[in-house]
Design a binder for this molecule. Structure first.
Ligand SMILES: [Ca+2]
Ligand SMILES: [Ca+2]
Ligand SMILES: [Ca+2]
Ligand SMILES: [Ca+2]
Length: 598
């Protein structure tokens, strides 16, 4: 659970009535990752992302999930042992050793995939074989479950890293495999390499079977949308199911910047020569937000050399953690934040603030008032002071683009709580367009420590780092399928989706994509509902992968131009481009056609 909120996903409290709502509507749900028409590359092969490598900065990946193996294990005929004309699980099998009979180690069974979709997938999924969701396997040790991994004695060279999995050759809606209908073996991992949280690199063909588990399940959800499953064989599959992925796994710190090893994560993907980078982390605290960081410059350089850079814009809207205000010379203004005792189920022993303004001429004197009513004033410099029972770490810094940041980290002397009201009085000697951010140890999108009692609390400009990079295509999220709240409307922007112009004046959102109540893979043989700009960005990555398969010479700038030009306008987007929708809604079919007709 720890810090999984930092990923660009929306975590929603489980509410029972939603399950009922979902179940009623389930028959209407849209699989947003399956295109409405079929496309082919210049050699006549279907567009599936084949040959494209995508790097994802994320929580990691469940490398054993059945959706993440290529169906390259060959075709198999099976023996109808009991002669009833259909594949009978636990009885029928594949005569692998060719001795004319089905031995105990040749019997077929199925993995009953878990339905963790709160009713998005139909009821009745579990306890029976569903050809479009479940996976067949050879129960080679006859224990009636699918075994895999090094603990069970399997090796890197074993198909699917364990007992072999299979799917029907054709998309089967009737939930049974008829006699004579062949099976396709799954074999090679779609995951090429993983930089683990501990810095160890796992590689397919060498030691991928040893890969650490996805820390939160987030990366597994992202991967399901892009490379999951088998086009033509299954109802649900990702947009580019024959692309390959590489993961750079984030390790969170307890204080900002919460991910400190971005350079390592980005450079790993650069060294691996990925075609596309996907950014699935969003931050704001202690960041200049102007695209000037060394980390963002790595991304810019990758984009200049052709790599497509795409990131979730963030789910920051509605969190009350941003103030936007215009300070006038001599004015005195006070902002108030409230910090709770507990934050995301842990004691809140740190609250953080940063104040940004886009010039170096303006001097702002900041007087902080602690919850125990002690004050301290700051005009420049950096260091640590004590105010009441609190330690205050402060620093004033200027970015290469001339953004000034005054930041404060507040804790108590002995790791006790920071609960209470924190006040900041600002006096400026000139005009300044000010941004004031807050976050605490929860790092939550929802915001446990928040600004309060101010009409300057705003969401007008809240795209998150590192999607603030000049090169990054930042993706907003709109609702498909079902909303969670009374304000959610299918087709409209998600009410949490980050919006606006960046601090530099750059349009913060490039395009939007399906982000709310999309269907994807989850850890441990499951399907899940996956939402957020975390879900929107992988849709765009999948589209970019299809474009690249068609023309591998496309650069970041060209892909961006195609996606901008072909994004759709409708009654929800209004006139585009604009600060909420960017250039409109992703339209993958239009983008491919546009490229083909060029
Ligand atoms: Ca049978
Ligand atoms: Ca046999
Ligand atoms: Ca099932
Ligand atoms: Ca077994």
């Amino acid at each position: 659970m720890f810090m999984q909120f930092r990923f660009i996903i929306v975590q929603v409290v489980f509410i029972l009535f939603l399950q009922a709502v979902f179940s009623q509507l389930a028959k209407d749900y849209e699989v947003t990752t399956v295109l409405k028409e079929k496309f082919f590359d210049k050699s006549g092969a279907p567009l599936t992302g084949k040959g494209v490598v995508i790097g994802d900065v994320d929580s990691g990946i469940d490398v054993f999930h059945p959706l993440f193996f290529f169906a390259d294990g060959g075709e198999f005929s099976w023996t109808d042992v009991n002669g009833d004309g259909v594949l009978t699980f636990g009885t029928d099998g594949i005569d692998i050793n060719g001795n004319g009979s089905i031995d105990k180690v040749e019997v077929l069974r199925y993995i009953d995939m878990l339905n963790s979709t709160w009713g998005l997938l139909p009821d009745g999924m579990s306890g029976k074989y569903n050809s479009v969701y479940d996976f067949i396997y050879i129960d080679a040790n006859g224990n009636n479950k699918r075994d895999f991994g090094p603990d069970k004695g399997f090796k890197e060279t074993d198909p699917c890293f364990g007992e072999m999995m299979l799917i029907p050759v054709n998309y089967n809606k009737d939930n049974s495999i008829k006699a004579g209908e062949k099976l396709l073996g799954l074999k090679t991992s779609k995951i090429r390499s993983v930089l683990q949280r501990d810095g160890i690199i796992r590689r397919r063909g060498i030691d991928m079977i040893q890969c650490e588990q996805d820390s939160s399940g987030h990366g597994t959800g992202v991967a399901g949308l892009i490379i999951g499953g088998y086009a033509g064989n299954q109802y649900f599959h990702g947009i580019a199911p024959e692309a390959e992925m590489i993961f750079s796994s984030v390790q969170y710190d307890y204080t900002p910047r919460f991910v400190r090893n971005f350079p390592d994560l980005f450079n790993f993907l650069k060294d691996e020569k990925v075609n596309i980078v996907l950014l699935e982390d969003g931050e704001w605290m202690y960041e200049f937000m102007d695209g000037s960081s060394p980390e963002e410059e790595i991304l810019n350089e990758m984009a200049r050399s052709g790599t497509t850079i795409i990131g979730g814009a963030g789910n920051f809207t509605g969190s009350n953690m941003l103030i936007l205000d215009t300070l006038r010379s001599g004015n005195e203004i006070t902002y108030t934040a409230s910090a709770p005792y507990m934050s995301d189920w842990k004691k809140n022993d740190g609250v953080f603030f940063s104040f940004l303004w886009p010039n170096t001429e303006t001097e702002i004197k900041i007087t902080l008032q602690t919850p125990d009513n002690n004050t301290a004033s700051f005009t420049s410099g950096e260091g640590k002071i004590t105010a009441g029972k609190y330690n205050i770490f402060y620093a004033k810094e200027v970015s290469p683009k001339g953004t000034t940041m005054f930041r404060f980290g507040c804790s108590t002397k002995d790791s006790q709580e920071v609960k209470g009201i924190w006040k900041f009085k600002l006096v400026s000697n000139g005009d300044a367009y000010l941004r004031a951010y807050v976050v605490d140890v929860s790092q939550s999108w929802a915001g446990y420590s928040r600004w309060k009692n101010s009409d300057k609390i705003s969401d007008a400009s809240n795209v998150c780092f590192p999607s603030t990079a000049d090169s990054c295509m930042a993706i907003g999220a709109y609702t498909v399928n079902f909303g969670w709240g009374i304000n959610d409307i299918v087709g409209d922007i998600c009410d949490y989706s980050s919006v606006g112009y960046n601090i530099t004046g750059k349009l913060g959102i490039d395009i939007t994509a399906p982000g709310h109540s999309t269907l994807s893979a989850a850890k441990n043989n499951s399907y899940q509902v996956f939402s957020g700009t975390s879900s929107a960005a992988p849709h765009v990555v999948g589209a970019a992968a299809l474009l690249l398969q068609y023309d591998m010479t496309l650069t970041h700038a060209q892909i961006k131009q195609i996606l901008h030009n072909t994004a759709a306008q409708d009654n929800f987007t209004g006139t585009i481009p604009n600060h909420v929708w960017g250039y409109g809604k992703l339209n993958t079919e239009n983008a491919i056609r546009y490229l083909m007709n060029k």
